[in-house]
Design a protein around this ligand. Sequence first.
Ligand code: FAD
Length: 284
Amino acid sequence: MKVLIVFAHPEARSLNGSLRDVAIRELEAQGHDVRVSDLYAEGWRSEVDRGDFPSLPIDARLGVAAASKQAFEAGTLTADVKGEIEKLLWADVLILQFPLWWFSMPAILKGWVDRVFAYGFAYGVGEHSDKRWGDRYGEGTLAGKRAMLIVTAGGWQDHYSARGINGPIDDLLFPINHGILYYPGYDVLPPFVVYQADRFDDAAFAAAAERLRMRMRTLATTSPIPYRRQNGGDYVIPSMQLRAGLESPEARGFALHLDRPDECGAADKPGVIRSTTNLRAVTA
Ligand code: FAD
């Protein structure tokens, strides 16, 4: 397989840098082709502005979505953005790796998404009608590919559990897993999460590295998080409300959008490989 790692940490000698190297070594040992977008090292520009749209007339009002659509269709996006889009089309698997900063991704990685996920590429795709609301949430340009997160967090695993004060990690990562990765079509694998990352020693690192190697060995066979497909009949169009009665009685909030909450890819259960079947195909 072809694997793209988008790496967002400012220090190569960090814990994240070491884990990235573990992942690369294991993937290459398995015969996979690996490319890395090292955002800090490459000086990635994180903010979207007029500079993203060199063909926009100087006196034109900037509407980011409209300009993105026009530039994507005309092939006039900037070279750095086009390069990342080419890598996304190349890769069978996308890995986003980052330290959890303020319960989310570092700004540089959010800016990579803002700039690279162009209109017509990652959103605004497909037929909009009374039967379909575009190709998104399980369909879209990147359908058929896999994606996963590698995340390090300073907090304890208990603090990110169902009743933990930080909120469940699956909820915190939902906007990334569901809103950014599932939206343009990826099958999203359960995230690999390292907790108490600031208190790492050699033993903790050895254990985390072994778990990560196992996740890299099972990239092709780990079952994706069973998010519901937008156009699979579970949602009313155009309100996009989940049809009544589909959810399990205890499901609330983000968990409503899981087809089988009990099989949810609850973060960091690396031993869980539920099936080699694509769950989406089964539920379609
Ligand atoms: P590093 O600082 O590089 O290393 C962490 C530890 O691992 C160090 O003790 C280091 O010696 C050790 N280490 C590194 N490499 C190795 C190796 N090869 N072998 C053995 N030991 C090694 N945490 C949360 O939980 N929630 C938040 O919302 C949150 N927000 C944050 C916001 C900011 C702005 C910052 C700076 C931190 C925040 N944190 C938060 C903590 C953050 O998630 C952790 O600091 C980060 O995940 C640690 O990863 P790192 O790669 O930066 O670790």
